[in-house]
Structure formats: C-alpha cells, structure tokens
Design a protein around this ligand. Structure first.
Ligand code: ADP
Length: 305
C-alpha cells in the first residue's frame, strides 16, 4: 500500500524526516509512535502528498506521490491533528459538506451516511451542532467526514490526543471494524498502549525509525531482561540505583521499579548489593514482561547499557 525509499524532508536545517525506508501492506494497521517533534506529522503529510518530499521516493497504491497525488487522494483519507470541523454546522451537515468537498453528489453521500453512522454511532446526534460534541465525539465525526468517499488508505494523526480513555477505546474499536472491512490504516500516537494494538509499530525519533516490527518483535529485540523491584520506597530505591550508575534506565511504576539488566541473576545480585544497608525494604525482585513503553524508554535513554 505504501513504499517509501530513503525519504527525506528538510525544513531549513531541521531534518524532520531523515532517510526513511519502509513498507505498509494492505489491510494492516501501522502505528508510528514517538515524542513531539519526532517527525510523525511530517511523515503523514508526505504520504498524503500535502508536503513535497526533499529527496527519496514514496509510492502509495503503486503510484508516485509526487506525480499522482490527485489520483491517490481519491482513495485516501488524511485526518490531521486539528481536523477542520464546522462547529456551527450539525453532525449531518458536516458529513454532507465534506462529502461535497470530495466531489460526491448529495445522493452518493446520503447512500453512504448509514454506514458512517453505523460505525461512529453518531446517528442519535445527527442534528447536534459539531461545536456541542464532546472531544471523543468530535474525533469520531472527523473520522466519519474523512471516510465519506470510502477510501482504502486512512492516515490518522494522533486521533485520540486529549480524548478520554473510554472514548479512546471506542475509537480503536472503530478502527478495528474498518480494518475488518479491508482498509489500511497508518496512525500516529504518543500513547504507547495504543501502539500495542497495531499490527506493526515504528518508533520514531529525530526523523528516523529507531526500531520497528510487531510489538512482540520490538520487545524481544531489546535484549536482556526487565526486572521488577517491589518496594515500599520506590523513590529512594530508584535514587540509589540511579546513583550507582549501573543502569541506563530506571522506570518508576506505582509501587514498582523497572530496570533492564543484561543478565537476570547477575542483575538481581547487583541490585541487592547496591541496596544493602540502605534501609530500603525490598519485597520481591522478579522478571517482568516489558511493555512497549518500557522498551521505548530503554531505547531512547542516553547513558549506560
Ligand atoms: P511530530 O508530529 O512527531 O510532533 P513534526 O513532524 O510536527 O513532529 O515535526 C518534526 C520537526 O519538523 C520539528 O522539529 C518541527 O518543528 C519541524 N517542522 C514541522 N513542520 C514544519 C514546518 N512547516 N516548517 C518548519 N519546521 C517544521
């Protein structure tokens, strides 16, 4: 569906996208995660043909984005972070308006509306002004408006940013329903738990993918072992471990500390030695499965291995 080769985008001295090569297959949901400024939005804009690439190439549905962007757009939806809903139009009017922008007739749009209402569950709110919708509902309406022309490829830029957790779950349910209909989705997110739901994930940092693969592949590529230290003094315990300079990255999670070590038994021995005589009560040190968030922190942390 997408084939990018040595893709670059510069803004002056800023290398927003810095030599990316990747493929996205039909029917998959490909997640791009990374901190602010990583280059995620720029990448989506390049795929959608809104921005000119600086060098390299990008094909979408077998067509060159630089040459065939208008043909590609007939089958593509791009939902930017700030989607331009008309707040003083109703839900139904917004859908009609965006359908006309895509060049559809009123009749074609009305034929499509039941499917849009069906997945977005917005029908009961058809006559409500868009400006009066909750954040989650606005995002669903934005998505519905992007999908009036039944695109095969959907690009979503942080669609659940600032949306409450229940609405986020609902939004992801919609994405899965769309996938079941055979569309391809590329979604950027700052939420690592959302990345876990993608078929494949790329972690983006400074314009490049620092790692990519299925969530399981990324976790196994980290190497070493993550240890969970259960203690009632997470803060001081973390400080002692940090001060030792032995560990690259110590993650505090509630009543636990997560630490990556090269080898399990040696790691446990080292931790016990560092904490000996420090008046820290450790209940348990055990091996734990890292989340994608743990992996991302580990990969991006400077310092020791
Ligand atoms: P993200 O979506 O991951 O937050 P962006 O793609 O928005 O990252 O930005 C990547 C980098 O490119 C940032 O340093 C940003 O300031 C810069 N950038 C993005 N768009 C522009 C632009 N239109 N003009 C100049 N710099 C830009």
């Amino acid at each position: 569906m997408i084939a990018a080769r040595d893709l670059h985008k510069r803004f002056g001295d800023t290398k927003a996208v810095n030599g990316l090569s990747f493929d996205v297959s039909k029917g998959e949901i490909f997640g791009i995660v990374g901190p602010d400024g990583a280059g995620k939005s720029t990448l989506l804009r390049l795929i959608s043909g809104i921005l000119e690439i600086t060098s390299g190439s990008i094909e979408v549905m077998g067509m060159d984005v630089s040459r065939d962007r208008y043909r590609i757009r007939e089958n593509l939806a791009y939902m930017p972070q700030k989607f331009g809903l008309y707040e003083d139009l109703t839900v139904a009017e917004n859908i009609l308006f965006f359908g006309r922008l895509f060049g559809l007739s009123r009749r074609q749009i009305l034929q499509r509306v039941p499917a849009l209402y069906n997945f977005s569950r917005l029908e009961p709110f058809a006559d409500r002004l868009a400006g009066k919708l909750s954040g989650g509902m606005k995002q669903k309406l934005g998505l519905a408006c992007c999908l009036v022309h039944s695109p095969g490829l959907i690009l979503l830029d942080e669609p659940t940013n600032g949306v409450d957790p229940v609405s986020r779950r609902e939004f992801w349910k919609i994405l899965y329903d769309l996938l079941a209909d055979g569309v391809t989705i590329v979604v950027t997110t700052a939420y690592l738990d959302e990345a876990e739901r993608c078929n494949r994930v790329a972690m983006m940092h400074n314009g490049t993918f620092i790692t990519r693969g299925t969530p399981a592949e990324i976790k196994s590529s980290i190497g070493g072992t993550m240890l969970e230290i259960k203690t009632d003094n997470v803060w001081d315990c973390g400080n002692y471990l940090e001060a030792s300079g032995r560990f690259k990255n110590i993650i505090r999670e509630g009543t636990s500390l997560m630490v990556f070590v090269a080898a399990r038994d040696r790691g446990i021995r080292d931790i016990k030695k560092i904490l000996a005589g420090k008046n820290i009560r450790v209940h348990r040190i055990s091996e734990s499965a890292p989340s994608l968030e743990n992996c991302f922190m580990q990969i991006t942390s400077p310092g020791r291995e």
